[in-house]
Design a protein around this ligand. Sequence first.
Ligand SMILES: Cc1cc2nc3c(=O)[nH]c(=O)nc-3n(C[C@H](O)[C@H](O)[C@H](O)COP(=O)(O)OP(=O)(O)OC[C@H]3O[C@@H](n4cnc5c(N)ncnc54)[C@H](O)[C@@H]3O)c2cc1C
Length: 425
Amino acid sequence: MTTSPESASRARVVVLGGGFAGVGAVMKLKQAEADVVLIDRHDYHTFQPLLYQLATGLLETSAVGHSLRDLVQDQDNVTIHKTSVTAIDLDARQVQLEEMAPLTYDYLVLAMGAEVNFFGTEGAAEHAFPMYTLTDAIRLKDHVLGRWEAADKDPSLVEDGALNVVVVGGGPTGVESAGAIAELYRGDFEKDYPSVSQESSRVVLVEAGPEIFSMFKPNLRAYTEEALRKRTVEVITGEVVASVTPTRVTLKSGTEIPAHTLVWGAGLQGNQLVQSLGLELERGNRIGVGPDLAVPGHPEVYAVGDIAAITDARTEHALPQLGSVALQSGEHAGETIARRLRSKEPKPFKYRDKGTMATIGRGAAVVQMLGGKTMKGLKAQAAWGTVHLALLPTNEDRAHAVVDWAGAALTHQRTGRITVKTDDA
Ligand SMILES: Cc1cc2nc3c(=O)[nH]c(=O)nc-3n(C[C@H](O)[C@H](O)[C@H](O)COP(=O)(O)OP(=O)(O)OC[C@H]3O[C@@H](n4cnc5c(N)ncnc54)[C@H](O)[C@@H]3O)c2cc1C
């Protein structure tokens, strides 16, 4: 059985993915004469920029994952289904779903984001800890806490590298993760496990290119390296991770690092589902789109956020996979569909660049503005907070975030550093 739009006079817009892009699209369809169906495999929206804070116990799960149903509570024309998209037939205008009848659509928004790319690294799929989903962050936190508890009981594990962490990738995900893990180690764990020597727990950041943060200007790169060094992160550049086992990380040069934890922050690719769409894909498995973000040959289908390769109309370069690009492109698709439902012409997408930014640790961040102006330290961290607050979908969320972030910044307490298992007695 197929579920078709309820009434022939009212269009159905199906939005696949409840990340920044999908939620942006849904919100802009609030006033549209359409039934909007939002599909996500989770019942929450993930605020990915804060995953590393969840992984290191600084924030609780509810500060990083927000109920999707809550977000659209005041939007009468939206229905949410928590299910996985298993296939999309663009010609039949139909979406196949897990444990649900297929859905047909008049308009489709593809906003399923990206997924981790291990570049075929031996053992990475089985043993690495990626940092892309809420589950990834909780898994990493539980694993690291578990290694420290184990080493506390059996000191011989320390020699075996149980507490060493290798982080792969010198981009924002890798740098933020390495900085946060080092702060957790040298701050809280130093007090939590006084019998374990801090010298025996290393945090190593490995980057294949000649430098970390290649997207930033030299002064910000130098600042970042110094901020990481102060936090005792060892930076290795020009090296590639060749293989991973549960206890060892081997670099291409042959160097073997005893480490029971490898955090993967090195690469993303478009959601695997895009390969079955019969579309020509761009670099990184992403869907190329036209100026209005429509998919070539399918004017009723829009691809937005990390799943799309969007060319910046101003610079003619591909836009980066960023929260603000995802939100703005999703909003544009929602607005465009609403316009078309009112028989108005689509407009081209124009990205409003808020700057490139990243945090390294407490009070340490870098910002590079469009015109080339740079900021670092506390000022940059405040700018990061302002830009990222705007990514939250509602004012209520923003108010909560201010309290959570301010609380974490003031108290420095990582109250989330506990492990809760559902099968515990
Ligand atoms: C660790 C990390 C830190 C980051 N830090 C920053 C930062 O500081 N600033 C910044 O601007 N950007 C940052 N980014 C990038 C930013 O988070 C992404 O660009 C943005 O989340 C992309 O949004 P999206 O909506 O395209 O995809 P996503 O947010 O990935 O959303 C995709 C949604 O689709 C759902 N989905 C996927 N496949 C299926 C399926 N088959 N069936 C059903 N549902 C499905 C997923 O559950 C998910 O909810 C960071 C990313 C990461 C991973």
